[in-house]
Write a protein that binds this ligand. Structure first.
Ligand SMILES: [Zn+2]
Length: 231
């Protein structure tokens, strides 16, 4: 939601047709607005709008709340993660099935006790969609599958001791294995992955580094999440 004139806001909405819409919500900043509670970030809402084919913005008339994800909003970390997810969805080109996928992401985020796992899987998915996923089936430099010792942003994936360069990140076997799992897994694996280990900010950061470097999509809200993780 972005402020727009006095009392008005522009609301960015991902539609169930996998398209992004900009809605002008008039009077939404007024205390008496009947739509205010329903037009909040990270909510599943049915909007009634004045749709005009030639326009890029449409007027919002009323809204019905379908799902509020309330417990997500009561958790500061989950809220910060949801802000990152929404900003990324807003700035990237929607794909086929973006809507059911994103609804599923928010549902899993609300339910999980491992929010960084959901966030990491989301960005691993985005990396695959954009075609910038790291190579994790061997060394990205020479292809060998033993003596792997780090991850290289420049070479695009795992690197072995021979291909390792000082600008690359060094990781132990466990971290490389976790990274590989995140790169390959999707939301159907969440309940299994929740039990195998604890997923933290560093796991997210390993995946996100590739997105930040190669997607061309700057996500400002990651800064707050990074700050939160450092406390
Ligand atoms: Zn190599």
């Amino acid at each position: 939601m972005h402020d727009y004139r006095e009392n008005d806001a522009i609301v960015k909405v991902l539609g169930d047709d996998d398209r992004l819409y900009s809605l002008i919500a008039r009077g939404i900043r007024k205390i008496a607005s009947k739509n205010a509670g329903k037009v909040q970030p990270f909510q599943y809402v049915r909007f009634f709008i004045d749709y005009q084919e030639q326009r890029t913005m449409h007027a919002l008339r009323t809204a019905d709340l379908i799902q509020s994800f309330r417990s997500l909003k009561e958790d500061l970390l989950k809220q910060a993660i949801a802000a990152v997810l929404c900003e990324c969805m807003e700035k990237s080109e929607p794909q086929n099935d973006s809507f059911p996928y994103f609804l599923s992401v928010l549902t899993q985020l609300e339910q999980t006790n491992q929010p960084y796992l959901i966030l990491s899987l989301f960005f691993a998915h985005m990396n695959r969609e954009i075609g910038i996923e790291p190579f994790v089936d061997g060394c990205a430099g020479c292809g060998r599958s033993d003596l792997l010792c780090g991850i290289s942003l420049q070479q695009g994936g795992f690197v072995c001791q021979g291909c390792y360069h000082e600008r690359d990140q060094q990781y132990d076997k466990n971290d490389l294995q976790s990274f590989r799992i995140l790169c390959k897994a999707n939301l159907t694996h969440v309940s299994l992955l929740e039990t195998t280990q604890s997923w933290n900010y560093e796991h997210f950061s390993m995946i996100y580094r590739f997105f930040a470097e190669y997607s061309g999509i700057p996500i400002r809200s990651v800064r707050f999440l990074t700050h939160l993780a450092s406390l």
